[in-house]
Design a protein around this ligand. Structure first.
Ligand code: NG1
Length: 403
């Protein structure tokens, strides 16, 4: 969107004269490795996308916040910024903006609100963090409007916790990478304490993102399934710790430091139910895949990275049971078309896959997915919405268009 376009749209939405506005831009993300382990406090390896949520805003003199979405599927919403912001009904898009406002208002009691116009080119409920991008964009807008600063790592943590307002027990990966991504790089994120370590993505590697056409609505069944996984991981950790004579509140990183993976897996297999043992196996094997993937990235070993993607997908499908037949099909087709590897990305239950190939063979992989996946499903027409190459991009920022 050009700045003129944006100013006009803003004036139209709020009936005011066209005045310059600021724009908070927050990218989506694709997680390359380390799925469903951030809430176990274990490292993950995502990168930010070029696609983003953009929020044009003007400060107000009172606490009101008026939100308008350029996508007509999302109705306008208004709330006052204070410590206890009532949630809109479950599934309402404005809850992500409310989450950001409440998180900041708990810390800064006298915030004034904003008028904000939201637009996005991120597919929604596609495992690419459009929701966290909205949380981050809203937070940056409120901070800017109030001339308030929060140190980056602190803001990542504040918003990671803050997004739980919507009812998901998320782990903090998304807010961290959306705020802290570096262009051209993927970043390993460590938790407790939070730390981001970037590694350059080789110029001749191409990650491709493809949406399964299945919405993974975090406000519905997917939320329950997600939260259930977090509880299962916790229970598995507690039981293994007990068997090893460790404190019951030992963390996953401490557990992994205390005993070799083989021993942990054996303890889990002999003492846990089949389902809990499989959940546990996903978590500890995924942790080692993150370390190996980071090393493969640094060493530019594309084939090795591809194999790790494949192994991660199998683990998410069979042990963690968060895949979907349409995701499995996409993964299979990407490999057949020449990708070095592919896996579901994000929470799963629908959503997207990420595939890796040499940049030179990306057009073939994209063409094969268009013809063999989107074509038969009647979605080849608007395929650019669902299928795109992912360029490792920079984190969120506030832009001031010049008028
Ligand atoms: P998505 O894919 O955006 O629903 C969720 C969590 C992450 C992480 C992944 C799975 C939120 C905001 N995001 O992401 O923290 O646990 O699932 O790896 O809850």
């Amino acid at each position: 969107m050009t700045s003129t376009d944006l100013t006009l749209a803003f004036a139209q939405a709020f009936g005011s004269s066209a005045r310059p506005v600021h724009v908070a831009r927050a990218p989506g993300r694709v997680n390359l490795m380390g799925e469903h382990i951030d809430y176990c406090g274990l490292p993950v390896l995502p990168m930010a996308l070029r696609r983003s949520v953009r929020l044009a805003f003007q400060p107000r003199s009172d606490r009101e916040t008026r939100l308008v979405n350029r996508d007509p599927r999302f109705a306008p919403s208004t709330f006052a910024v204070h410590k206890r912001i009532a949630a809109a009904p479950a599934g309402d898009w404005s809850n992500y903006a409310r989450a950001a406002a409440q998180a900041l208002a708990e810390r800064f009691p006298d915030l004034r609100g904003v008028d904000a116009l939201v637009e996005s080119d991120l597919p929604i409920a596609a495992g690419l963090s459009s929701s966290s991008a909205l949380v981050v964009a809203m937070a940056l807008a409120l901070l800017h409007a109030n001339r308030t600063m929060v140190a980056p790592l602190e803001l990542m943590e504040l918003l990671g916790r803050g997004e739980r307002y919507v009812g998901t027990a998320g782990g903090g990966m998304d807010q961290a990478i959306i705020l802290g991504a570096r262009a051209g790089c993927a970043s390993r994120i460590d938790f407790h304490p939070l730390r981001l370590t970037p590694t350059a993505v080789p110029a001749d590697w191409q990650f491709i993102v493809a949406w399964s056409l299945v919405h993974a609505e975090k406000s519905g069944a997917a939320r329950q399934a997600y939260n259930q996984r977090t509880r299962q991981c916790d229970e598995a950790r507690r039981l293994v710790a007990q068997r090893l004579g460790q404190r019951e509140d030992v963390t996953y990183p401490a557990l992994l430091a205390a005993a070799p993976v083989e021993q942990l897996l054996q303890v889990a297999e002999t003492n846990l139910t089949g389902m809990l043992a499989r959940r546990f196996r996903h978590v500890v094997t995924e942790e080692s895949r993150v370390r190996q993937a980071e090393a493969a990235l640094a060493a530019r070993e594309l084939a090795a990275f591809g194999q790790l993607l494949d192994a991660s997908h199998r683990s998410l499908r069979d042990d963690y049971e968060v895949s979907h037949p349409e995701l499995d099909r996409l993964v299979e087709l990407a490999r057949e078309a020449g990708a070095a590897g592919a896996r579901l990305t994000g929470a799963g239950f629908g959503g997207s896959i990420v595939a890796l190939c040499r940049a030179s063979s990306a057009p073939e992989v994209v063409a094969a997915l268009r013809e063999r996946f989107y074509g038969p499903r009647g979605a080849a027409g608007d395929v650019a919405q669902h299928l795109f190459t992912a360029e490792p991009s920079a984190g969120a920022e506030v832009l001031t268009p010049d008028h």
